[in-house]
Design a protein around this ligand. Structure first.
Ligand code: PMP
Length: 405
């Protein structure tokens, strides 16, 4: 690193982390996940370091990345509007396509209006940061996504955490807050590393009793849960509603961007306060075109959702019957929990030799002893691909002595 005095506080941290990486004695060519994967357009295989491997850790839940209709929509948007936007949304950056996308997001999610941000990260930081300030309290599930935590910290409000998916603990936390202030409870609808679902009805009941707002992040639930992929409210038969819903356009929807939905009056207010909305460039036309077409396809082809749901239930059942620990997963996100970081790395390496990519997630992203491969079953995976993956995951698990022969 640069030897100047300005770097002296950072350098020990960088050295320590690099030493830890070296200590794990990872294969030199596999030292990190920052390698380039070249996807095949018509399958779930990717090329990486000259190998052709089946990708089992991607985000494309409804299998639309590379879909010709989505590609054509992105191209048409570029033909009409060019590759960039002339500014931030509030200063000449809004094109009619943004408004069309916002109308579609609102319609799909069953709300009056929506606002589209340049990423899901920005949507969370902007929303949480705008809703609360000094004197207010934000209550976060222990496993909430980093963007929610960052937004909460930036807001200046008091931030407290409650135990994962534990409404009774939230109840106790809320009991200690001032009812004359804004209390905002934020949860992920589906947890990205565990694939479990937030208990919306119980959370709603606790929030109502304390007069707190309930916000859900639908990043991993849109296109994934609910009979037609509409997320957590549909999963619970539309019996209860969240006050605020946010999500991304980068997972089931194969584009970029984030969204928030709510009533028009609230969003007009938020538009003027959410800093990532005000101070970051508007979404580029290709991203907007791709997102719009993907949402329309998702609306017309709910069978994508049901197929991925059925295949992931089958995958979970076979893996757990074979002795693998899939945690509390109920969705297309299925962790294969193997214990230490070293176990996860060795297992991922053995899977790779067997022809599949299951990406390891280790500390600090998960608590010590709960390292895992994070698997996601998508609508693009064929039955044949999933069976091949099951075979490879189990062969590798036997080799690593995670399960018996
Ligand atoms: N929320 C959750 C739960 C996520 O998993 C992610 C991305 N991993 C985000 C928000 C941020 O979304 P984006 O990548 O579109 O910025």
């Amino acid at each position: 690193m640069n030897a100047s005095a300005a770097w002296q506080h950072l350098e020990p941290k960088v050295v320590a982390i690099n030493r830890r990486i070296a200590e794990l004695e990872w294969e030199p060519s596999r030292r990190n996940n920052f390698v380039a994967y070249k996807p095949e357009r018509d399958s779930s295989y990717v090329e990486v370091d000259g190998d052709r491997l089946l990708m089992m850790s991607g985000y494309g839940y409804i299998g639309l990345n590379g879909d010709q209709r989505v590609v054509e929509a992105a191209k048409a948007a570029v033909d009409e509007y060019g590759t960039g936007t002339p500014g931030v949304r509030a200063l000449a950056g809004t094109i009619p396509l943004h408004e069309e996308l916002e109308a579609e997001v609102a319609k799909f999610t069953g709300r009056e209006s929506s606002l589209v941000f340049s990423s899901g990260y920005a949507a969370n930081v902007g929303t949480v940061g705008a809703l609360c300030g000094a004197g207010d309290t934000i209550l976060l599930d222990k496993l909430d996504h980093a963007s929610i935590v960052d937004g909460a910290q930036l807001s200046g409000a008091t931030v407290t955490r409650f135990r994962h998916n534990d409404p009774r603990h939230l109840d106790r936390r809320l009991a200690g807050t001032d009812p004359d202030t804004t209390r905002l409870v934020v949860v992920d609808s589906v947890y990205s590393m565990d694939g479990d679902i937030a208990p919306l009805p119980e959370l709603r009941e606790v929030c109502d009793r304390h007069g707190a707002l309930l916000m859900v992040d639908e990043a991993h639930s849109l296109g994934v849960i609910g009979a037609t992929g509409r997320g957590i409210e549909e999963h619970f038969n539309n019996e209860v509603r969240a006050d605020i819903k946010v999500g991304t356009l980068s997972k089931a929807v194969p584009s970029n961007g984030g969204w928030i939905v709510g009533n028009e009056q609230f969003l007009q207010w938020l538009k003027r306060l959410a800093r990532p909305f005000l101070f970051s460039a508007a979404l580029a036309p290709a991203q907007v075109g791709a997102a719009l077409e993907s949402l329309r396809i998702l609306d017309r082809e709910p069978e994508r959702v049901t197929r991925a749901q059925a295949e992931s239930a089958r995958f979970r059942q076979i893996m757990s019957e074979a002795g693998m620990n899939t945690g509390d997963s109920q969705t297309a996100v299925v962790p294969l929990i193997v214990g230490s970081d070293e176990n996860a790395w060795d297992y991922a390496t053995a899977c790779r030799k067997a022809g599949v990519i299951g990406l390891p997630v280790m500390t600090p992203a998960v608590p010590p002893g709960l390292a895992r491969l994070r698997i996601a079953i998508t609508a693009k995976h064929t039955r044949e691909e999933i069976d091949f993956a099951i075979d490879a995951f189990l062969t590798a698990a036997r080799q690593c002595r995670l399960i018996g022969e």
